[in-house]
Design a protein around this ligand. Structure first.
Ligand SMILES: *[C@@H]1O[C@H](CO)[C@@H](O)[C@H](O)[C@H]1NC(C)=O
Ligand SMILES: *[C@@H]1O[C@H](CO)[C@@H](O)[C@H](O)[C@H]1NC(C)=O
Ligand SMILES: *[C@@H]1O[C@H](CO)[C@@H](O)[C@H](O)[C@H]1NC(C)=O
Length: 412
């Protein structure tokens, strides 16, 4: 049953994204300089404005963001034939019930074991989503490595590589096409280092702990296609020190494509998962960066859970707790669907108008938002996943992933 008490702030000015003219320079300028702003706002359509091209000089007061100018124009001058087309909407929801209506779709494949414990409806050992079909290094027993030098040598050959123990100081290890990198037992991984999948395809990474070196990504995909990142744990030292001391936990960039990120635990870090490295490479990334994120847990990660530019993202059955800046972030026209997930204390839990000049698209459904969590969507997405998948309900997903995501669940 849907026992959600939605508090729509649509009747308050703030609900339209209007900023306080006393404290914001954009709102202040538009309000006080009507002779300049009003004619511009009357003719302004964001479709003719890309990034900083075509903006008036005073756009600097608005961080040169078409979305911010559009919002403030809408706030200051309503009505009129050529008003901005964007409608900004901010809703804050407080849920009173612990349950929500959920949809479970049948999967076309039934292999891979039964549902996980702790209320998981989905099988814990099954590859679904955009990364489906990845075979990695195949089913052989491969080699087991216990040192950085052995790992480097094995990585150059591909195939099945089992990492035994926590390897520290390996630097960045490049994986080749047709590789499975698998952790042995429940305490293996790569700490103070990372792996990179660059211009390679068909790669599996499972059951490993990753803690990045300073200034590096834990796992980065750069021009990588057909990748499955499953049952790993990503973390650093938490939200101490500087935001840029470390880089991302899992970054997917430069036209990477067809990736599934499932049953991982992400915690205690500033930058979570960045998909699309820059606002300025539409030509490289448009039509690529198709990613599925499901049954992941995010705890005390500042932002980017994930943040997605240009691409197509499907986030379902994930648990987000105490992530202080933003959650699933769609920008630069990305198409994102977020469903059956639980957000506890995640401001801007789903957001489309943050940081980039051009907003993203995002549809959310059957999610639960509690604590300080908010929904900030300016435009909804038309994306519909082209594959079958089984969801765990939002009300069960946190206990599900607590028990069934991360290392030691699917072991090698
Ligand atoms: C990966 O495997 C495919 C299929 O067997 C093969 O065609 C391709 O050459 C392999 N790539 C590399 C780099 O080994
Ligand atoms: C855009 O992508 C191309 C092709 O990969 C690359 O050469 C170029 O450096 C990228 N530009 C930016 C701004 O990232
Ligand atoms: C997660 O599981 C552990 C042990 O299995 C338990 O002690 C802990 O309370 C659980 N946390 C949540 C948030 O459910």
């Amino acid at each position: 049953m849907h026992k959600e008490q939605a508090l729509l702030l649509a009747f308050l000015p703030a609900a339209f994204g209007c900023l306080n003219a006393n404290s914001n320079s954009c709102a202040s300028f538009i309000k006080s300089q009507a002779a300049t702003a009003s004619p511009f706002c009357a003719t302004f359509t964001r479709s003719t404005v890309t990034a900083t091209t075509g903006l008036p000089a005073w756009a600097t007061y608005c961080s040169n963001k078409p979305s911010m100018i559009s919002a403030e124009c809408s706030c200051a001058y309503t009505g009129g034939g050529s008003q901005p087309t964007t409608t900004l909407r901010t809703t804050t929801r407080a849920t009173t019930g612990a349950t929500t209506t959920t949809t479970t779709r049948p999967t076309t494949t039934s292999s891979g074991g039964g549902g996980g414990g702790g209320g998981c409806a989905a099988p814990v050992n099954q590859l679904v989503g955009f990364g489906a079909g990845v075979t990695g290094g195949g089913s052989g027993s491969g080699v087991t490595v216990t040192s950085c030098s052995a790992l480097s040598a094995a990585a150059a050959n591909g195939g099945v590589i089992r990492v035994s123990g926590l390897l520290s100081g390996c630097g960045v290890i490049d994986l080749e096409s047709n590789t499975s990198l698998l952790g042995v037992g429940s305490n293996s991984g790569i700490v103070d280092g990372g792996i990179r999948i660059k211009d390679a395809s068909n790669v599996i990474v499972r059951n490993l702990k990753f803690s990045p070196a300073k200034k590096g990504d834990a796992v980065s995909l750069d021009g990588a296609t057909n990748v499955w990142i499953d049952h790993n744990e990503f973390y650093s030292l938490g939200l101490a020190g500087g935001k840029d001391d470390y880089d991302g936990l899992l970054d997917i960039t430069h036209a990477s494509n067809l990736v599934t990120v499932s049953w991982n635990k992400f915690r205690d870090h500033w930058k979570g998962s960045l998909i699309g490295h820059s606002d300025n490479n539409a030509s490289e990334d448009t039509g690529k960066l198709k990613v599925t994120y499901h049954h992941n847990s995010w705890n005390n990660v500042n932002s980017g859970l994930p943040s997605l530019r240009f691409g197509t993202g499907h986030v379902y059955s994930s648990c987000f707790q105490n992530c202080p800046t933003s959650g699933v972030h769609s920008r630069m026209g990305a198409q994102v669907l977020v469903e059956n997930s639980y957000f506890n204390n995640v401001p801007r839990a789903v957001v489309t108008n943050l940081d980039s000049d051009i907003d993203g698209f995002l549809t959310e459904r059957n999610n639960i938002f509690v604590g300080t969590s908010t929904v900030q969507i300016t435009q909804t997405s038309n994306f519909s996943p082209p594959y079958s998948y089984t969801m765990t309900s939002a009300s069960n997903v946190c206990s599900c992933v607590n028990g069934s995501a991360g290392v030691g669940i699917v072991t090698f």
